[in-house]
Design a protein around this ligand. Structure first.
Ligand code: G3H
Ligand code: ZN
Length: 287
């Protein structure tokens, strides 16, 4: 059964670890993450961007696929199905379609408009027992057409949005979607500490998890990050595994062209990567 993010994130804050959010794109992706979470006995968050939902069909298709897999694979660990970087209308649609959690990314609006829209969506989410993640201070880089400037969030704005009844807060602290440039300065831990002081026990979300060193991830978790988002790294792992299968000529041997065989190395690669991340974030055996 799907659950919202409330208990898993509150437990993570208390326990000093983080829950992994892994974006999904299709059945293989979803199955790999669900199986890794089960083997690690860890809660996990399945992230779905608006673009990925459209690719798979619709929010309803995604909800049907995820619920079907949870039932058929007898998944018992807590799983949240979470809209990633939702627009105002996309957030409403995901809530109505059966997602258990949503992110409203109002970082492109002025802070005043972000606050108003976030508050409206929190009310709707609460009525449906759905958790809501808000964003302040845009995350840099590009993800599925969402382009952020990479600004550092103001601790005061974080405090304002944290009082609206949200469950988690994504705050820009120098993190970037996609691969980090060679001259990246790293996460701004002073900004993170200032934000944490203002928002107290509100779980913080670290977006752009791909390419941040293990040491920086661990330090961010110590300073209050309770959810880490990873997307690009799974895509790269899937692409590399698929590439070597084809480059080895495995698709030309027997029925190696069968999609169930062709996509298997990519499935295995994601499962392996998600397992490593769960252990790094410390959420193993926390289900
Ligand atoms: O919202 C999703 C994430 O922030 C993923 O970032 O693609 O850099 O891992 P990433
Ligand atoms: Zn993100």
């Amino acid at each position: 059964m799907l659950v919202n993010m409330k208990n898993m994130l509150e437990d993570a804050v208390k326990g000093g670890y983080a829950i992994g959010h892994f974006n999904i794109n299709n059945l293989e992706w979803t199955k790999a993450i669900l199986v890794a979470a089960t083997e690690c006995n860890s809660p996990v968050i399945l992230g779905v961007s608006e673009g990925a939902a459209k690719y798979m069909g619709s929010y309803n298709t995604v909800v049907g696929m995820v619920n079907g897999l949870i039932k058929d694979l007898r998944i018992k660990v807590p799983i949240a199905l979470h809209l990633d970087h939702g627009s105002y209308n996309g957030t409403i649609a995901a809530i109505k379609s059966g997602f258990s959690s949503v992110m409203f990314d109002g970082s492109g609006y002025s802070i005043d408009e972000n606050l108003v829209r976030t508050m409206e969506l929190v009310e709707l989410a609460n009525k449906n027992c759905i958790t809501l993640e808000a964003e302040v201070g845009a995350i840099g880089g590009e993800e599925d057409g969402i382009i952020g400037e990479g600004e550092i969030a103001s601790a005061d704005e974080c405090k304002q949005i944290a009082t609206l009844g949200i469950t988690a807060l994504a705050a820009g602290i120098g993190n970037i979607h996609g691969k980090y440039p060679e001259n990246w300065k790293g996460l701004n831990f002073d900004a993170l500490a200032d934000i944490k002081k203002e928002i107290k026990d509100m779980p913080l979300v670290l977006h752009g998890g791909t390419g941040i060193s293990d040491e920086m991830i661990k330090k961010a978790i110590q300073l209050g990050v309770a959810k880490v988002n990873v997307n690009t790294e799974c895509q790269i792992a899937f692409a590399q595994a698929t590439r070597s299968y084809i480059e080895n000529g495995s698709d030309l041997v027997g029925k190696g062209f069968d999609p169930r065989k062709l996509l298997y190395p990519g499935y295995e690669a994601i499962k392996q990567l998600v397992t490593e991340k769960i252990i790094l974030f410390g959420s193993d055996n926390k289900a």
